[in-house]
Write a protein that binds this ligand. Sequence first.
Ligand SMILES: Nc1ncnc2c1ncn2[C@@H]1O[C@H](COP(=O)(O)OP(=O)(O)OP(=O)(O)O)[C@@H](O)[C@H]1O
Ligand SMILES: [Mg+2]
Length: 252
Amino acid sequence: MTTITITSGKGGTGKTTMAANLALSLKKLGKRVLVVDGDLNMANLTLLFDLQNSPITLEDALNGEAKIRDVIYSSYDIDVVPATIELREYDLSTLREQISKLREMYDFIVIDSAAGADETTLAAIKASDDVILVLEPTKASLADAIKMKRISERDGKRVLGFVMNKIRDRKYELGEKDASIALDLPLLVSIPFSENIAETFSFRQRAPLLVRMPRSREASYFKKLAEKISGEKFEEKKENFLQRFLKRLFKF
Ligand SMILES: Nc1ncnc2c1ncn2[C@@H]1O[C@H](COP(=O)(O)OP(=O)(O)OP(=O)(O)O)[C@@H](O)[C@H]1O
Ligand SMILES: [Mg+2]
């Protein structure tokens, strides 16, 4: 079983988007998956999974006022530990211990974290085995990611690689290869800027992309990430006769 924290140096790179859709993709691969809102102050993942009205949340478990198992909710057919959307005090020092209580129940625990080196981010990293960095194609994003890599490795975590998100193919953008060399990490997946992803948090459409558009081009990026993380492949769709015939005819 593996616990993976999704983090970045800069805010808004796409961590919550990644955590939600990676978790849903791993679930589609048949894995037992939990996704945890480790960005306790902002709780965007909680909003994304429509769990803002949860009577008890991660903070209750951290403060010893609830059992962590009782803070697991099901949303869009996946297990989620939400955080509170209220301002609250909580004891971060117990996060690692609380998460470890759930280890045997799952194949993957995906933790969404805050950006930068603040204490909730550090606690989320400490609570995990592995880390994935999310970058936008800018040099500032890279510089901050390098710091997050150092912090993760200092804590003895394995940094699996990075995701380059919101690519617009502009000349001035930081290339994946340069980022990979500078970080000394493999690129896990590149994801273009997409309106379909951008509208995720819009009021009517608020649900992860894997739920709204599971067969879209965008969904395939998150599925690819899940394949890399799990080492398993999604089954190829069976082709019908006409598709096979055309494929042979045109050799594509
Ligand atoms: N590939 C993409 N194309 C277009 N929009 C995207 C893409 N990825 C994420 N977004 C959008 O960018 C915004 C920030 O994404 P998200 O909340 O996932 O980032 P974050 O890193 O979790 O931010 P924070 O640091 O505030 O927690 C959201 O509105 C999201 O829908
Ligand atoms: Mg976020």
